[in-house]
Structure formats: structure tokens, C-alpha cells
Write a protein that binds this ligand. Structure first.
Ligand code: NAD
Ligand code: DAU
Length: 340
């Protein structure tokens, strides 16, 4: 049995990854370390805790707390670390950059120090295509060797984390990989992000706040495809390498929202164009030829199928959604919405 420390495993992608790997491969044990911020939700893995009591363990802790991280690594005999823990929302990073830098930069460095002290076989930094900045509508998609030109406090903090990972590889020869994925969607995504927010609002016949003209383009990937790519990189990724992950699925926000409305049979009159996000990146698009050719990975879920699965999951899990719509959520949402 090999033991992986997953940080940020109570969030959207981390919890999907834990579910994916425990269901798929019985040779892995997972230790989940999560601070349980507003985005960390123990409900996401309640069933997993019961199905795999021997192969799953949870610690409430902060990746900035070196002593606790070090203690858990030793106690659980951790061999691999995958760092999903982050402040992941661009709008919140604009509202308050400090906490974003603390977790995404200092937290990453704290984990790297723990990797340095202990014999870890592989550390994976879960990064994002946003570190490359923004594309025009006719630019070619991002490649791994593109310059980093982040535009938001969130993407700048993720780029800083990536640079620390690179520096610890070059200087201390740590066994690392960085993955940079495009926009994820699927079950358990917090309804501050585009797809679950629009879905949640539309189901309640509330206005859908589209930033600017809705012409911004994002490149979408179903979350389990991201998970399978991470597992590939964990097992076969060459040390020190960066791997882009994507699924050739570009949509403008407005076209995506119209598609979503069609699936749930709601009118386009719910759409409301609001003030744009400051520094709003026009377009992301990812070239993932490297992982495709080197590691023989490819995405499996097409957008039509993925969007239907996602909508169905939210319809079947209205309680999960209702429990998240807390006072904190509504206060942030109102503040964002009223500011626009
Ligand atoms: P999320 O916000 O849903 O989850 C983040 C998790 O990290 C939460 O469980 C939270 O409690 C935890 N966390 C936050 N600060 C912590 C700290 N200091 N110590 C321990 N735990 C902490 O985010 P997500 O969408 O699942 O994203 C996961 C990772 O993937 C992030 O690193 C993000 O940058 C990256 N990523 C996300 C996307 C996307 O589309 N969502 C795409 C590419 C990359
Ligand atoms: O590209 C990967 C990144 O994708 C990840 O690194 C981030 O963690 C993740 O949050 C996501 O960032 P985006 O800013 O692209 O995602 P978000 O869902 O916040 O917004 C998607 C697009 O939709 C963006 O162009 C802004 C727009 N939008 C978003 C919201 C929340 C709206 O028009 N209205 C909204 O209410």
C-alpha cells in the first residue's frame, strides 16, 4: 500500500480526486489534510469515509503549519504529496489578496520545506492555465514553455507557487511536477464558480450575472479527466516537468450559459449583463500535446455528456447546494453583485 497526502481534499477537485483514486486503485491509501475554509466541505467525502475506513484518513490542518504537516507525514509514512490546497476564486482574490498569497505562496513553500525534510517520492503542485495570462481570440493555445504573465492576485499567487516549486527542483533536486489545467466543471463545485453559480441561480429563477458582454472564453474539462491526468503524472511524470492538461473545449461564457439554460429549460431572459471583472482575462485555451504524447493521456468526457452529468448531479443533490448557501456565501454574493 502506498500513501498519498492530498492537501485541499475537501474542495471541489481534491475531493473528486480522492474519490477517483480510492475507487480505482486499491494499492493507494489517502491522507487528506484540509483547513476547511469556506470552500472545504466534509459532506463531499462523507460516503468515502465510511466505504474506505482503512484507506482514508482526514486531518483538519493548515498547509502553512509546518510542524503539523511534518508530524502527519511521519505518522502516516507519506510517500507522495499532491497539493490541491489553495484559495481558488479569482473574484475573492480581487476582494482580499492577502489570504490568497498566504496560502498559495507561503503555504506552497511550507509544503516544499516539508518535502525537503522528509523522503517524499513525488510532490505534485496542482496549478492552473491562468498563470500564462490571457490570449487574444486568434492566439495559439498556451504551451508549457510560454512566459508566465498572470493578471489577477489569484493567478499571480499560483505563478509564484510554481516558481518556488521550480526553484526547489533546481536547487534542492526535489522530485516535483507541476500540472496546469484549464477550467474544471462537475459534481461538488462550489457555487461561486460560473457553471454551478448560473445553475443555482437559474433553478431559483434568479438573475444570471454575466460579466461584461459575456464574450470571454474558457476552455472546459470534466473534473474526472483532470483526476486521471494527475494520476498519470504521479506515476509516470518525468521529474521537474510541467504538464498542461486540457480537453479542447472552448466556449464563450454567454454561449455556455445559453447551453445550460436549454438543458434545464429556463428562459434566456434571466441573463443580466453586469459590470466586468477588473483585469478580466479574455481567453484561456490549452495545448496539452505534451501529456498526450509523453504520457499517453487523453480526456474521455465530451462537453455535452459532462454538462448533462453535472446538471443531473446538482438536481439530485439540492440539499448539498442548500447547505452551502450560507450567510457568508450570500453576503459575498450580494457584495459582488451590488458592486456591479
Ligand atoms: P476549492 O476552492 O474548491 O478547494 C480548495 C480546498 O483547499 C478547500 O477544501 C479548502 O478548505 C482548502 N484550503 C484552502 N486553504 C488551505 C490551507 N491554508 N490549508 C489547507 N487547506 C486549505 O478549489 P478547487 O477548484 O478544487 O481547486 C483545487 C486546486 O486546483 C487549486 O490549487 C486550484 O488553483 C487548482 N485549479 C483549479 C481549477 C478549477 O477550474 N477549479 C483549474 C485548474 C487548477
Ligand atoms: O482556468 C483555470 C481557473 O478556472 C482556475 O485556476 C480557477 O481556480 C477557477 O476558479 C477558474 O477561474 P475563472 O476565473 O476562469 O472561473 P470563474 O468560474 O470564476 O469564471 C469563469 C468565467 O465566467 C470568467 O470569464 C468570469 C465569468 N463569470 C464568472 C462568474 C462567477 C461571470 O460572467 N459571472 C459570474 O458570476
Amino acid at each position: 500500500m502506498q500513501t498519498i497526502l492530498v492537501t485541499g481534499g475537501m474542495g471541489f477537485i481534491g475531493s473528486n480526486f480522492i474519490r477517483y483514486i480510492l475507487n480505482l486503485n486499491h494499492d493507494f491509501k489517502v491522507v487528506n489534510l484540509d483547513k476547511l475554509t469556506y470552500a472545504g466541505n466534509p459532506e463531499n467525502l462523507k460516503d468515502i469515509e465510511q466505504i474506505y475506513p482503512e484507506r482514508y484518513n482526514f486531518y483538519k490542518a493548515d498547509i502553512n503549519d509546518f510542524e503539523t504537516v511534518d508530524k502527519i507525514i511521519n505518522k502516516e509514512k507519506i510517500e507522495f504529496i499532491i497539493n490541491f490546497a489553495a484559495e481558488s476564486h479569482v473574484d475573492r482574490s480581487i476582494d482580499n489578496p492577502n489570504v490568497v498569497v498566504q496560502t498559495n505562496v507561503i503555504g506552497t513553500q511550507t509544503l516544499l520545506n516539508a518535502v525537503r525534510k522528509n523522503k517524499i517520492k513525488k510532490y505534485i503542485q496542482i496549478s492552473t492555465d491562468e498563470v500564462y495570462g490571457s490570449l487574444s481570440l486568434d492566439d495559439p493555445p498556451f504551451e508549457e514553455n510560454n512566459r508566465l504573465k498572470p493578471n489577477s492576485p489569484y493567478s499571480a499567487s499560483k505563478a509564484s507557487g510554481d516558481l518556488l516549486v521550480r526553484a526547489y527542483f533546481k536547487t534542492f533536486q526535489l522530485p516535483v511536477n507541476i500540472t496546469r489545467c484549464s477550467n474544471n466543471y462537475g459534481p461538488y463545485q462550489f457555487p461561486e464558480k460560473l457553471i454551478p453559480l448560473m445553475l443555482n441561480n437559474a433553478l431559483q429563477d434568479k438573475e444570471l450575472p454575466v460579466y461584461g458582454q459575456g464574450i470571454n472564453v474558457r476552455d472546459w474539462i470534466y473534473v474526472t479527466d483532470h483526476c486521471s491526468a494527475i494520476l498519470k503524472v504521479l506515476i509516470e511524470g518525468r521529474e521537474g516537468e510541467i504538464y498542461n492538461i486540457g480537453a479542447d473545449c472552448e466556449y464563450s461564457n454567454i454561449n455556455l450559459i445559453k447551453k445550460l439554460l436549454k438543458i434545464i429549460n429556463k428562459p434566456e431572459s434571466l441573463i443580466s449583463f453586469v459590470k466586468d471583472r477588473p483585469g478580466h482575462d479574455l481567453r484561456y485555451a490549452i495545448n496539452y500535446n505534451k501529456i498526450r504524447k509523453e504520457l499517453h493521456w487523453k480526456p474521455e468526457v465530451n462537453f455535452r455528456e459532462g454538462l448533462k452529468l453535472t446538471v443531473q448531479w446538482y438536481l439530485d443533490n439540492k440539499n448539498w447546494l442548500n447547505n452551502i448557501i450560507t450567510k457568508e456565501y450570500l453576503t459575498f454574493y450580494e457584495k459582488q453583485y451590488l458592486n456591479r
